[in-house]
Design a protein around this ligand. Structure first.
Ligand code: CDP
Length: 249
């Protein structure tokens, strides 16, 4: 949300956005699981110009030991932006924003995990943003959720996520960087689609109550479309495994 260059229109007279999308259209999304040899689970997501890698380790023994919980496992999340992921080089290491995003992503994913099955252990998720173009927290959640499934960690549901927002007075799906910068509001959301449980809901900017409800409804629809893509990515992995097994028989 910043002062926009004079004359810049985010929606043209034909109702098209700067990248050619319609109001309710997602950016192109591609997903792949099992992309890293040395992690227990991993996923790579391209979502518009975002490029995000997620790696999962665990459940494994916790260090330092005083963090252990006798009744359940714990989830730790690190969201990190590569120095080359944004236009102005990002100073390496954690900052306020990445600490906050790590925390809300942890909160978005934790309800899906059956951590009671793994007392005294930790599941660690590393989300590496290689290229950022707005919506990295929702894309990071989608990637992390796939990496958790790839690691075989018991889950109640796959967590899916998407944002909606307001640009030029209209509620639209999935803001890109220019829309995020020069738009009026952004509402990222994560859900567990099977039960429609919302596990993350944030808002940046200004919306009326009605606009907020519209944005939430739209973001849920977007997240459900993302969910289908996540399921397809997982199915592709298991098809590949099945083919490999068949080939060895
Ligand atoms: O990425 P997300 O929308 O979840 O979070 P944000 O804090 O609203 O950031 C929006 C976008 O601003 C990021 O996706 C990056 O493209 C950009 N950004 C940046 O250029 N430099 C930073 N240090 C942080 C964010």
């Amino acid at each position: 949300m910043m002062g926009r260059p004079e004359g810049l229109k985010l929606i043209d007279e034909n109702g098209r956005r700067i990248d050619g999308r319609k109001k309710y259209e997602l950016r192109p999304i591609s997903m792949e699981v099992n992309v890293l040899k040395n992690a227990d689970g991993s996923a790579y997501v391209e979502w518009g110009k975002n490029k995000i890698l997620a790696a999962v380790y665990g459940p494994r023994e916790i260090h330092p030991k005083h963090l252990q919980r006798p009744d359940r496992g714990i989830l730790r999340v690190r969201y990190n932006m590569a120095p080359f992921s944004v236009e102005d080089r990002k100073k390496p290491g954690p900052d306020r924003r990445s600490v906050e995003i790590s925390k809300v992503i942890r909160g978005a994913l934790e309800p899906a995990l059956i951590l009671e099955m793994f007392p005294r252990t930790a599941v660690d998720i590393f989300i590496e943003v290689l290229q950022a173009d707005a919506g990295t927290r929702v894309a990071g959640i989608a990637a992390a959720s796939l990496a958790l499934a790839d690691a075989g960690i018991p889950m109640r549901d796959i967590v899916s996520a998407c944002a909606a927002g307001k640009i030029d007075g209209e509620i639209v799906l999935d803001l890109n960087k220019d829309e995020d910068n020069y738009g009026e509001a952004d509402v990222p959301l994560a859900i567990m689609p099977m039960k429609n449980d919302i596990t993350l809901l944030q808002m940046d900017g200004y919306l009326t109550r009605e606009e907020f409800m519209e944005a939430v409804r739209l973001a849920i629809k977007g997240a459900k479309a993302v969910y289908q893509k996540q399921r397809e990515a997982l199915k592709r992995k298991y098809l590949a495994v099945a083919e490999e097994v068949a080939g060895n028989e």
